[in-house]
Design a protein around this ligand. Structure first.
Ligand code: SAM
Length: 213
């Protein structure tokens, strides 16, 4: 995602501690403390400008959401959305998902969303793909038993790669769609990338996968 440099972004993130968790490591095993309740927690890895996660939080007040985004210049746009939406069941973390286990203990997370993850098409960058086996192992170590990943992309190669990776890891694939917007799936909430690429005529691929433990 290309954005202009925003030197003030760090200060802005720090100015809203009610929305941006500055030290997520503190809440490992105790996210109840951050939200003030023990509702289920769904996280989006690579949340971008936050449209999906904010709309999900508005639509599902009894679920707590956490948007995780590596780029502080991008997550600041998600913060703007959150300030406007004023929901209390959404927090943002400016963090690299490679370190998820520093913030979440086994069972802290009930569901994971991966939306339009960077495809990293070169083979030498395979390990950076958020559906690479080491990421699937990290997700397993923070999810509840039988937890799920819900994955959407417009990138056919990434989708095929990811279905293979899920299946080789032993995950159960359900609700696979090769054209989400022309399927009978109800209640889809679009992400920024989803809107952009579907307007360009790209079909949207989606799958749910379940850990079988
Ligand atoms: N999910 C959004 C959407 O669908 O509009 C954004 C998609 S964008 C292509 C992918 C986002 O994932 C970028 O904002 C990128 O910074 C973020 N990202 C990539 N790798 C990440 C990682 N290891 N940890 C956290 N965020 C990551």
């Amino acid at each position: 995602m290309r954005m202009r440099h925003k030197p003030w972004a760090k200060d802005k993130l720090a100015a809203y501690p009610q929305f941006v968790v500055g030290n997520p490591i503190e809440y490992k095993g105790n996210w109840k403390k951050a939200f003030g309740n023990d509702n289920p927690i769904h996280i989006e890895v690579g949340t971008g400008k936050g449209r999906f996660i904010t709309e999900m939080a508005k639509a599902n007040p009894s679920i707590n959401y956490i948007g995780i985004e590596l780029s502080e210049r991008v997550i600041v746009a998600a913060l703007d959305r959150l300030i406007e939406a004023e929901v209390t069941n959404l927090k943002l973390i400016n963090f690299n998902a490679e370190n998820l286990e520093d913030c979440f203990a086994k069972g802290d997370v009930d569901q994971i969303y991966l939306n339009f993850s960077d495809p990293w098409p070169k083979t030498r960058h395979e390990k950076r793909r958020l559906t690479y086996k080491t990421f699937l192992a990290r997700y397993e170590r923070i999810l509840v038993d039988g937890g799920e990943i819900h994955f959407k992309t417009d990138n056919r190669s990434l989708f095929e790669y990811s279905l293979r990776s899920f299946s080789e890891y032993g995950l159960l694939l359900t609700n696979v769609s090769l054209d989400l917007h022309n399927s009978d799936f109800e209640g889809n909430i679009m992400t920024e990338y989803e809107e952009k690429f579907s307007k360009m005529g790209h079909p949207i691929y989606r799958s749910e996968v379940k850990y079988q433990n």
